[in-house]
Ligand binder design. Structure first.
Ligand code: GDP
Length: 184
């Protein structure tokens, strides 16, 4: 079986933020950053697997700090985890003020990518060689994230939202429940 190291998967990009990517408040659009992240996730997963990949899911993109026009955004990506045909790509996004050198952490996110063959079917990816404590930690963190997502899915499936307790709980939220009556 074919194995590759995390190092073999590493990809970096740096992009200077242009005024054309700003929103009405003068900050860079979150959607533009997401699109760059999707591109680097695709590049990282395709490079590692040797196959073209598709995005299956994205785990938590919290925009911690806004990005300003003229800043240099750097994205660093590597494979955190591999399954049979899936890979988790971790991406760290940082933005640098090029005049004073100040670097801020903008977000860290985890994209699940799936490798496809020429006919569009899923295809197997190489195994991952973990060469450092940090590679090991990221792999184990991914397993935990996958398990937690599965538990959440099961929780949601078992959820009965129309119980009196559930409706009572909603009274603490900024919502008005206005369901049609049975005879409507
Ligand atoms: P972590 O996932 O808990 O280690 O959180 P970080 O914010 O440090 O990094 C997020 C992800 O970005 C990591 O899981 C890596 O996949 C990727 N990453 C972070 N630092 C580097 C780096 O120096 N090089 C590369 N290629 N990827 C990095």
């Amino acid at each position: 079986m074919d194995f590759k190291s995390v190092k073999d998967s590493e990809v970096f990009i740096s992009v200077l933020m242009q005024p054309s990517h700003s929103n009405f408040g003068g900050k860079i659009h979150g959607g533009y950053i997401l699109s760059l992240m999707d591109q680097i996730a695709f590049a990282c997963a395709s490079k590692f697997s040797g196959a073209y990949c598709v995005t299956a899911s994205v785990d938590t993109v919290d925009f911690r700090n806004p990005i300003e026009i003229g800043e240099l955004v750097t994205m660093k990506a590597s494979i955190n985890y591999v399954g049979r045909s899936s890979m988790v790509v971790g991406i760290r996004v940082e933005s640098e003020n090029i005049q004073n050198g100040f670097v801020k952490h903008c977000n860290s996110s985890y994209f699940t990518m799936v490798a496809k063959d020429e006919t569009g079917n899923t295809t197997t990816v190489p195994g991952l060689i973990l060469n450092s404590e940090i590679d090991l930690r990221r792999f184990v963190k991914s397993i935990r994230r996958i398990e937690m997502k599965k538990a959440h899915r099961e929780d949601y499936q078992a959820l009965d939202v129309s119980t009196p307790e559930s409706l009572e709980m909603l009274s603490q939220y900024n919502v008005q429940v206005n369901l049609p009556q049975d005879n409507e």
